[in-house]
Design a protein around this ligand. Structure first.
Ligand SMILES: Cc1ncc(COP(=O)(O)O)c(C=O)c1O
Length: 363
């Protein structure tokens, strides 16, 4: 959709990346580290100051202890963390439960490892997990359950009750949890991010994935991290050593310095909540139905009162004719649905959001 947006000169609210600048302080820190000569390989698990800051953040936000030496690894973005965790533990015929719509890197990573994707659909407009359905699908081949909160593309979040259900389902078996928490710092309306790391019975079997690209709106830097208990992290690093070995040194050191001030990551939600509210205020009175978003920088809009076209066709028409690009939600499903819902990224300058909303409101 980004390519189509460029080709047709459309406002691009499709792909999930911010169009506003990265903090000047952070950029200066990267420059400083480069000029100081920190340009050679970092240690395999990541530089110690950054691992320490990541462990400190988990302690500060969730009151949990991760040993920075043995339980924290810096990765080339969340995508590599997810891929590597899956390759480390999934073998031929292992089953992995995923919930769709889902971010697109899960299924290929599972299938490349020889695993089998077991899909649980999240139904619109609530997109809640039906835990009874999950319970029925769990069997002795189930090796992993992959969750994502806050959730791309729907903007939903998992609750304390969801975590308790997950705890019940995984109690007494050896199922591993992979928890994609890249939008951990983008959560709205005073709600709380329920990290699996807060739940000891879950944390002891979980990989938890984060992304500095999302948190510091620097998606192009591709730096993220993964947390896991030592026994799982040992397996993770056996693969990590050979699929990337390590991540760029100067950016890691700069991130470590920047994170010393927790203010730099504690209040990111406020900025995005303002953007969500701004975008929605400009859509007031339009025929689009708003599906509430609790986190991430994505807004789902239902266009069923405007057209009965398939979402892929409607998204294409919207890009080519009206010059606003979005993503049709059916592409995030295992078995595409007939829902008439599009995903819009609101991590954009207000001017861009206003221009897009003015066009959408007229439809
Ligand atoms: C849910 C989810 N997980 C993982 C990623 C990948 O993050 P990164 O850019 O750090 O690889 C994304 C990026 O869009 C995402 O939305």
């Amino acid at each position: 959709m980004s390519k189509m947006a460029q080709e047709f000169d459309a406002i691009n609210l499709s792909q999930g990346f911010p169009d506003f600048p990265v903090s000047e302080e952070l950029i200066n820190l990267v420059h400083r580290e480069m000029m100081a000569g920190n340009n050679q390989y970092a240690p395999m698990a990541g530089v110690a100051p950054l691992r320490n800051q990541i462990a400190h953040k988990a302690q500060l936000l969730h009151g949990v202890e991760y040993n920075p030496d043995t339980e924290v690894t810096v990765t080339a973005g969340a995508t590599q963390a997810i891929y590597t965790a899956i390759q480390a533990v999934i073998r031929e015929e292992d089953e992995v439960i995923i919930f769709t719509p889902a971010y697109d890197c899960y299924t290929p990573a599972i299938e490349l490892a020889g695993g089998k994707v077991v899909n649980v659909p999240l139904r619109s407009p609530e997109f809640q997990i039906d835990w009874d359905e999950v319970k029925k699908l769990v069997n002795r081949r189930t090796r992993m359950i992959l969750i994502n909160t806050p959730h791309n593309p729907t903007g939903t979040i998992l609750s304390e009750d969801d975590m308790e259900q997950l705890e019940r389902i995984t109690s007494g078996n050896d199922i591993i949890i992979l928890s994609d928490e890249v939008y951990e710092h983008i959560i709205f309306d005073e709600q709380k991010h329920e990290s699996v790391s807060r739940y000891p019975a879950l944390a002891e079997r979980s990989f938890v994935v984060g992304s500095f690209g999302k948190t510091f709106h620097a998606t192009g830097w591709k730096v993220g991290y993964i947390l896991a208990p030592e026994n799982l992290m040992r397996e993770f690093r056996k693969v990590h050593q050979y699929n990337v070995f390590t991540v760029n040194t100067s950016v890691q050191l700069a991130l470590a310095e920047f994170m010393k001030n927790s203010e730099n990551y504690m209040h990111i939600s406020n900025m995005y909540q303002e953007k969500r509210d701004f975008f929605l205020s400009k859509l007031e009175g339009s025929k689009f139905k708003v599906i509430p978003t609790s986190g991430t920088y994505f807004q789902l809009l239902d266009y069923s009162e405007i057209s009965d076209e398939k979402d892929t066709e409607f998204a294409e028409m919207l890009t080519k004719k009206h010059k606003v690009a979005s993503i049709p939600v059916s592409v995030f499903y295992h078995n595409p649905t007939q829902d008439q819902i599009l995903r819009f990224c609101f991590a954009k300058e207000n001017e861009t959001l206003e221009k897009a909303a003015q066009i959408l409101a007229k439809l």
